[in-house]
Design a binder for this molecule. Structure first.
Ligand SMILES: Nc1ncnc2c1ncn2[C@H]1C[C@H](O)[C@@H](COP(=O)(O)OP(=O)(O)O)O1
Ligand SMILES: [Mg+2]
Length: 210
């Protein structure tokens, strides 16, 4: 049986009052989400939150919640959605206190239910940026990242599991936001700068106020 993970009570009032734009960033592992988010942060001053990084930081912190998460993450499975949402909420509140102008929620939602829960508890996403890359390219990039990242999940077996999890769980997320007219599908096979050009063209349409 999967271990249970403790929850905390979180007051979202300051976040709701700020009402800053939220962008979901989705794409397979290795699609370049982190790379593009770094560039978006530099240009627009948005706050980049990677659910994967928040989970890894929680594990590293040595908290009881982190220990409970370790077993789940090592299996390559998805962590329960409320737990990811708690970590995201906590990080958003800290950023709002520091005057954040908006958020890039990277690697989230992984499932349609996650997106719906996020939007009903926090706020609707303004747009969903989907970095569309062939599986073959994803494997190539992740094996390249493995040489320097030190990430335990950048090895061929875990990469294959993560790709499978992505295809089965995340593809419906793309369809869901497409049907709501919020999806921006970006061909992300090109160079970092070419892809960023497309990102900027899309963000400029909706970020005139930030
Ligand atoms: N457009 C691009 N072309 C080639 N390599 C890229 C690329 N964008 C990112 N990379 C590299 C950087 C990393 O070593 C690896 C994975 O990128 P990443 O930004 O960490 O992806 P993600 O955050 O989606 O998992 O691929
Ligand atoms: Mg990443």
């Amino acid at each position: 049986m999967a271990p249970t993970v403790e929850r905390k009570k979180i007051d979202l009032a300051p976040l709701k009052a700020a009402n800053v734009p939220i962008f979901f960033i989705v794409g397979g592992p290795g699609s370049g989400k982190g790379t593009q988010c770094d560039k978006i942060v530099a240009k627009y001053g948005l706050t980049h939150l990677s659910s994967g990084d928040l989970l890894r930081d929680e594990v590293k912190s040595g908290s009881p919640r982190g220990a409970q998460l370790t077993a789940i993450m090592e299996s390559g499975a998805l962590v329960p959605l409320e737990v990811v949402l708690d970590l995201v909420k906590e990080a958003m509140l800290i950023a709002i206190e520091k005057g954040s102008k908006g958020f890039l929620i990277d690697g989230y939602p992984r499932e349609v239910a996650q997106g719906q829960q996020f939007e009903s508890e926090i706020q609707e996403a303004k747009l969903v940026l989907f970095f569309d890359v062939a599986e073959e390219t994803l494997v190539k990039r992740l094996l390249g990242r493995a040489e320097t990242s030190g990430r335990a999940d950048d090895n061929i077996d875990t990469i294959k599991k993560r790709l499978h999890t992505f295809v089965t769980s995340t593809a419906p997320v793309v369809d869901y936001y497409e049907s709501k007219g919020k999806l921006v599908r970006i061909n992300a096979e090109g160079t970092v700068d070419d892809i960023f050009g497309v990102v900027v063209a899309n963000l400029d349409k909706v970020t005139s106020k930030i």
